[in-house]
Ligand binder design. Sequence first.
Ligand code: NAP
Length: 309
Amino acid sequence: MAFRLGIIGLGKIAQDQHLPVVAKNPDFELAAVVSSRGGHGEVPAFRTPAELFRSGLALDAVSLCMPPEPRYAIARDALDAGLHVLMEKPPTPTVGELDAIAAHARTKGRILFTTWHSQYNAAVDEAKRLLAGKAVSRLHVSWKEDVRHWHPGQEWIWEPGGFGVFDPGINAFSIVTKILPQPIFVATCVLETPENKSTPIAAKITFKPSWEGEAKLTAELDWRQTGEQSWNIDVETADGLKLQLRKGGTELHVGGTEVIAAPMAEYEGIYAHFAELLRSGRSHVDGAPLRLVSDCFMLGRRRETEAFF
Ligand code: NAP
């Protein structure tokens, strides 16, 4: 029988991915939506999460598709209402809230799934497989895109808790933390922040390895790139392996030769995994990308740049 799912927040990502992907996955039945802007076809619609949780409508799970700031309270109320919870990335604005909501899910015996969509790519899985057991000697992340194109009219990204350029940058970090065989730590970070905004428009980061030995580990994030967009990760190992992930993790090149170029099916992968978690009764909580971003803000030096409109 299909899992009865509610989707909370019908913004860009819910419209682009969650609604169409759930519609074609027979493991799920869209049984409710929550939106301040109206409903979705004939599906029962509620204006606030609280109205849904009070309604007594039979549901198994909810997907939280709003920005991270209000997520903790909504996830807590969903768990208290007996529902399993899928969270869009980033799961919460702080590591403390993520730890608390994971503990609350365990207490309530409900499943919590923190999604990181960029991890659901065959090229990323293959990169992880190839790097297993190796010593990484070089990492460079270049994640540069046009904020005006990807986030039109979204003011929350410029507010504290909205992550600024780390909203896309955390996608790169979610790939890095998945494929590297050992953790990396933030060493230094410069946060270029427009004088009229609270969150950075660009960041330059150096990392340090958790393993013994030399490694040059760097990342450049920038939201001011027009024209061709860059979502690239290069990794080299001490024994000479050279990997290049391109196009957000959908393409893998090894030693200059393309080995995987798959069409994007990240949200299909997310909902297939969610169905497995629901069937097996396991949570999947991954805080590693959020911890790296948190450490960038912790160690970051703010550098003011020109106002952005
Ligand atoms: P968005 O277009 O601004 O939509 C967010 C929606 O969340 C709003 O439209 C609203 O839904 C709902 N919402 C806002 N505040 C709320 C609150 N306090 N309580 C309940 N619902 C609330 O944002 P988005 O681009 O979809 O991003 C949402 C999340 O998905 C972010 O964490 C983002 O990082 C992630 N994400 C976005 C993309 C993308 O391409 N945009 C890709 C992957 C992941 P209603 O208008 O229906 O009320």
